[in-house]
Design a protein around this ligand. Structure first.
Ligand code: C2O
Ligand code: CU
Ligand code: CU
Length: 464
């Protein structure tokens, strides 16, 4: 057994160390999706899910998927209170769905596995956005093909704005000092062909690439003014966890979690994000001069090079207080539930069960508050992961934003004390969360390692 582990480990290292080379490319900024507003409060949007061709390195054409293009999707941007109608056309040759990860919407508008869109068909989601400003995202959620479709390129940001956040005077010039940063890893062969699931480890741990992409490109460079810069970071990877920091070791502040603003900016040197999680961070780059640069890194891996153009933006100051989180809204839970994450590879499960579309695992009354305990129990395998400092699973629930109360009995770190919808769970750790369920319908909870999700590490709850 021990030898097998060592071999798998060596293999992983080998695969990780052979990133494909590409010359520097300007970081593309996903365009804001054009909307047609019928009146003040009603917004019409449309997404076409399509296949296209992407050359990640010049001359190497890959078949990829995108929304309204060949890779990734436009940023959907709406204000709290608006009613949106999003018409989705499936131009692929396989079924898909579009799930609004992080949005509070009724179950039948959630875009989970029950809202299948067949090839050449349409689905229109319709909901009122009623939650605080946040950086959410959208991606496919079909049974068995979520991982491969995200890997081929299906993902986009979904930004919610509100008046409260506008008043804070945060950096908010989209693409200038308010930057979408979708971080994903992909595996390429030496000649630039995109590869998927080529080894045992890919099934065991989920698909890890050898090359990092930001907003769909290899070796990206972002040019920004000096002063405060806000990065809206999404870990859009299938399975990779990141521990982000800045190459000059300077600190930065996290201002928002998955579901919106933290009560106050939290100073950090590094930030862990597991697949599906988002964080808005602000770094103060006032001291940099024209042409100077630094890097957003993950350990020794470069994620994004940041260059300063010397044009200073009217210097905003980071507010001391951002918002008030109404903890009472999830206080005094009516019910407690336990979820145990188990296994690896094909053997993953939650509470010993694998996803079954015809089985409702939990029933919840609408509007109620609940206390959930999520535990990861990997047995023998857990020891190896603890030794290596790797984490194998995380947990995401639809139809709710919750607060993390405790990690193994202690309060969570300051940067996890905001509204969350996704968090990682270390082996042998129990994470307790307080959640409320505002909308009726069927919703999913699952590990957001997409290969685990596709292998059945998912369950469903009915809110009624
Ligand atoms: Cu990001 Cu159930 O999904
Ligand atoms: Cu989700
Ligand atoms: Cu998992």
């Amino acid at each position: 057994m021990k030898i097998l582990f060592t071999k798998l480990f060596t293999l992983t290292i080998l695969l990780c160390s052979t990133a494909i080379y590409a010359s520097e490319q300007t970081l593309p900024i996903p365009p804001i999706l054009n909307n047609y507003a019928k009146d003040d409060k009603e917004i019409y949007l449309s997404l076409d899910v399509q296949q296209g061709v992407t050359e990640f390195i010049p001359g190497a054409a890959n078949k990829t998927y995108g929304y309204n293009g060949s890779l990734l999707g436009p940023t959907i941007r709406v204000r709290r209170g608006e009613k949106v109608r999003i018409k989705v056309t499936n131009s692929l040759r396989e079924h898909t769905t579009v799930h609004w990860h992080g949005l509070l919407v009724p179950g039948d508008q959630d875009g989970g596995p029950h809202q299948v869109i067949k090839p050449d068909s349409q689905w229109t989601a319709e909901f009122v956005v009623d939650q605080p400003a946040a950086t959410a995202w959208y991606h496919p959620h079909g049974i068995g093909n979520t991982a491969s479709q995200v890997y081929k390129g299906l993902a986009g940001l979904f930004i919610i704005d509100d008046d409260e956040t506008d008043k804070l005077n945060l950096p908010s010039d989209y693409g200038i000092n308010d930057i979408p940063v979708i971080v994903q890893d992909r595996r390429f062969s030496k000649d630039g062909a995109l590869q998927y699931l080529t080894s045992m480890t890919d099934i065991m741990q989920g698909m890890m690439g050898n090359t990092i992409l930001v907003n769909g490109v290899i070796n990206p460079v972002l040019t920004v003014p000096t002063g405060l810069v806000r990065l809206r970071v999404l870990n859009g990877s299938n399975a990779r966890f990141y521990n982000f920091s800045l190459s000059n070791k300077q600190e930065f502040h996290q201002i928002a979690t998955d579901g919106g603003l933290l009560e106050k900016p939290v100073e950090l040197n590094s930030l862990i994000l597991s697949p599906g999680e988002r964080a808005e961070i602000i770094a103060d780059f006032s001291k940099f001069k024209t042409g100077e640069s630094l890097k957003l890194i993950d350990g020794s891996k470069q994620i994004l090079k940041i260059v300063f153009d010397g044009k200073s933006k009217a210097s905003t100051e980071l507010p001391k207080k951002l918002t008030v989180i109404d903890k009472n809204s999830v206080n005094n839970p009516k019910k407690e539930r336990d979820f145990t994450l188990q296994g690896m590879g094909h053997m993953v499960s939650i509470n010993g069960k694998r996803m079954n579309m015809n089985r409702i695992d939990e029933k919840i009354s609408v509007g109620s508050k609940e206390l959930w305990s999520i535990k990861s129990n990997l047995g023998m395998m857990g020891m190896m992961h603890r030794m290596r400092g790797t984490v194998l699973h995380n947990f995401h629930a639809h139809g709710t934003q919750f607060l993390i109360l405790e990690r193994n009995g202690s309060p969570p770190p300051a940067n996890e004390r905001g509204w969350k919808d996704t968090f990682f769970v270390r082996d042998d750790e129990t994470v307790t969360i307080a959640a409320k369920f505002p909308y009726k319908g069927i919703f999913m909870y699952h590990c957001h390692i997409l290969e685990h999700e596709d292998n059945g590490m998912m369950g469903q709850f009915l809110v009624e």
